[in-house]
Every structure is written in C-alpha cells, then in structure tokens.
Design a protein around this ligand. Structure first.
Ligand code: HOZ
Length: 428
C-alpha cells in the first residue's frame, strides 16, 4: 500500500474542524472505507496526492474536467479575466457570450440564467416551475440526485444514497410531502401517479440518464413518455443535465434523443472547473423570473467573470477539437477493455456507458432502476476500489457514482487501468 502519511495527518486535522473532515460528503470514502487522499496537484488525466502518489483519475472533479485537469486554454482564460477584476456584481460582456453560446448549443433553451452550482440550477428550476404553473407537487425518481435542494432530497442518489440517508433530516415533512418519487423506467407507475394527481403536479424533474445511482440508461421511449405525460397534464418537464450537459454531446441528452424538456439545469463542464451552474428553457417560462416576472431568483456571484471565462474557454476548446468524437472513441476503448477485464476475471458484471461516462455495477443482473442498482455487491466494490487506488487508478469512491473519461486520457492510460482493474476484479 502506498505511503499516505501526510494525507492521514491532514485528514486528522480536518476532522477537528470540518464535519466529517470534508466539504462535501462524497469525498469522505465512507462507501468504501478508509480515508480520502489530499491533492497536491492535478494536470491532464493525472492527480497527485500530498505524499507524491500519482493516480490516473476517472473522477475528474466529479465531471467538470472534460479536457483533463487544468487545461492550458482554461488556465490562460482565467488569468486574463483576472487582470480585469474578480467580480463586478453588474453585467459583464462574458455573460452575454455565455448566454448566446448556451442558447445556440442546447436545443430547448431560448433564455438562460447563470448561477453558481448545479444545486442552485435545479432549485431555481423547481421554484420557476411552481411559479409558472401555480402548482406545488414535483415528481422525481428514486436514486436521481439533483443537488442538496430541500424538495429534492427525497429518495436521493449520490452521497445521500451512499451514506444511507436518501431522505435528509432537516427537510420539513410538509415540503417532502410535495415531492412524489417514482421508480425510474416504470411507465405504469408514472401513468398511475398522473391519473391520481395530474392537476397538482408542477413538474417532473429527471436526470435524463440517471448518473447518481451508478449510470442507468432510460429504456427506449421512456423519455418521450415523460414528455408526453407532462404535455398532456400541463406539467413542465425539467431535465437535470448537470452531469450530461456538454459532455455526452454538445447539446446534452436532449440533442442525442430529440426529447425536449421545458427547463434544463446545467453545471459541471460549463464552468471549466470553476463554480458555475445555469438553468434555461422556453422564453415564455424564463420570463416569469424577476425582474420581469414574479419568481425571485438572484446571486451576488452569478455570471462571475472568471467563471464565465473558464467555462467559455472550455466549451470553445471542446468545439474546436470536436472533443465529443474523441471522447466516444476513448469511451468505446474503455468499454471494450473493461468488459474484457471483467470476463477474464470470471465476472459478467453489468457495464453501462454513455460516451465518456461509465459505471461497472457489481451485479450480473440487469440494472434499470435504483432497486436493481442496489443489488450490487458493495463490499466487493469497496475491495475493488482500494485495489485500484493502491495501484494508481482513482475511481469514484462509491458503487453509486459514475466515472468520467477526459480527452487527456490516452489509450495507454486506459490499457493500464484495464490491467489494474482485471487484477482487482479477480481479488474482489
Ligand atoms: N454531484 C456529484 C456526483 N454525484 C457529487 C458532487 C458532490 O456531491 O460533492
């Protein structure tokens, strides 16, 4: 096992002053046991800890690092923007550029507002949907995670699921009661709930490809079904494309499937590694926002010039290099080697991939929803995770997360990772 003395000491200090020693629970390694490492440096596909251990990184800061860590073009853009000032609290030209780019790329978005995180984006979508429709109930899906929004921390995925708290304490029962949860990919359950509560439902919010209970593709026609149900009952369809947006295609899942939501929440890749989110949709709905409309939403740092510069630089680089084609190629190689490694280790585990996003479920049964994802052998996953980490391959520290490939990963990185994974699978 690599020496992680300095990380251990830092974690001991962190535990004294930061709850759980981390600023976001998924970093705490509770789903796999042990302690997180502390980062000294990250560049390209590699991350180095404070003890000098180096890892091929498939977490990519949970999605944003699509060009790898600290791409020169983004670092240069941030440096240049900083020469002009750090925050203005009054409009700057980069906000207009970003809004125009988003509206050009994301098919359903006619107007957009910038925020500082994916959580703010989904929270604002929910409030806007309620304000626009005059209805209170929201439908979400078991295992979908939309950030730590009160109304959405009900049967939630990601860290809430990993740590066994899908329903957070501190969310008033009266609010949670307005959130209806359904199993993903279950058309019958969907129809039943709309038959019973249709006129009260403001919106369905969904990750069009759920990526916070592992990665779970929608069954053919399911997203269109969500669209149709919303349309016929006067509810809005909200796509949470915080993880998939700008990653699986220039215009996200909506571009790939042709299914158009009314509102879209965005984040991660859009910020180039700085704290950025956005939400947008049909102009008629977005115009309900203050100062034009009655739905209030605001932010001191929203549209921050450094964040806009970083995001624009990253998005333009993706377009310039047609990165999505490269990511698909790398993803296909990753899938082929991962499946081969799994078979060689005598495990016929479910492997899901969408472009550069992937998940290996430690179950040989099909995974179409949260209950099926939970059949995974999480103890075997934990052994697998640590074996990989100790040999220099860093995967998300939970079975219920998704891995990310960046354009900085090479064929050699992927081949090496597959070797490590095969050995880890044999032992797990
Ligand atoms: N949304 C991220 C992946 N599930 C996790 C980010 C976090 O909670 O820190």
């Amino acid at each position: 096992m690599p020496d992680r003395t300095k990380s251990h000491a830092l974690f001991a200090s962190a535990l004294q002053r930061i709850p759980g020693g981390v600023n976001s629970p998924v970093r705490a390694f509770r789903g796999v046991g042990g302690e997180p490492f502390f980062v000294d440096h990250a560049a390209g596909a590699r991350i180095r800890d404070v003890d000098g251990n180096e890892y091929i990184d498939y977490v990519g800061t949970w999605g944003p690092a699509i060009l790898g860590h600290a791409p020169q073009v983004v670092v240069d853009a941030v440096r240049e923007a900083a020469r002009h000032g750090l925050s203005y609290g009054i409009p700057n030209p980069l906000e207009v550029e970003m809004a125009e780019l988003i509206c050009a790329w994301v098919p359903s978005v006619e107007k957009v507002r910038m925020v500082n995180s994916g959580t703010e984006a989904t929270m604002s979508c929910v409030r806007l949907a309620r304000g626009f429709t005059g209805r209170d109930k929201i439908v979400k899906f078991e295992g979908c995670y939309h950030g730590h929004v009160d109304s959405l921390l009900v049967r939630a995925g990601s860290g809430a699921l990993t740590h066994g708290r899908p329903d957070s304490a501190g969310v008033p029962g009266a609010l949670a009661e307005l959130t209806i949860t359904l199993p993903f990919n279950d058309t019958e359950a969907l129809e039943k709930i709309f038959a019973a509560h249709g006129p009260e439902i403001a919106a369905i919010i969904v990750e069009p490809v759920p990526a916070n209970a592992g990665l779970i593709p929608p069954l053919p026609g399911y997203l269109q079904k969500l669209r149709d149900v919303c349309t016929s009952h006067g509810a809005l369809l909200i796509f949470d494309e915080v993880m998939t947006g700008f990653r699986v295609a220039k215009g996200g899942v909506q571009e790939l499937t042709g299914v158009m939501p009314d509102l879209t929440a965005m984040g991660k890749v859009i910020g180039g590694g700085l704290p950025v989110g956005a939400f947008g949709g049909r102009a008629e709905i977005m115009d309900h926002l203050s100062p034009d409309g009655p739905v209030y939403q605001a932010g001191t740092l929203s549209g921050n010039p450094l964040a806009m510069a970083a995001g624009l630089a990253q998005l333009r680089e993706l377009e310039r290099t047609d990165a999505w084609a490269q990511l698909e190629k790398l993803g296909a190689q990753f899938e082929q080697t991962a499946r081969a490694a799994s078979a060689a280790a005598g495990k016929n585990y479910a492997f899901h991939r969408l472009g550069s996003m992937f998940c290996l479920f430690f179950t040989e049964e099909p995974v179409r929803n949260l209950d099926e994802a939970k059949k995974s052998d999480t103890a075997a996953f934990a052994r697998f995770f640590h074996h990989c980490l100790d040999r220099g391959v860093y995967l998300a520290p939970s079975q219920f997360e998704t891995g990310f490939i960046s354009t900085a990963h090479t064929a050699a990185d992927i081949a090496r990772s597959a070797e490590v994974a095969e050995e880890a699978l044999r032992r797990s």
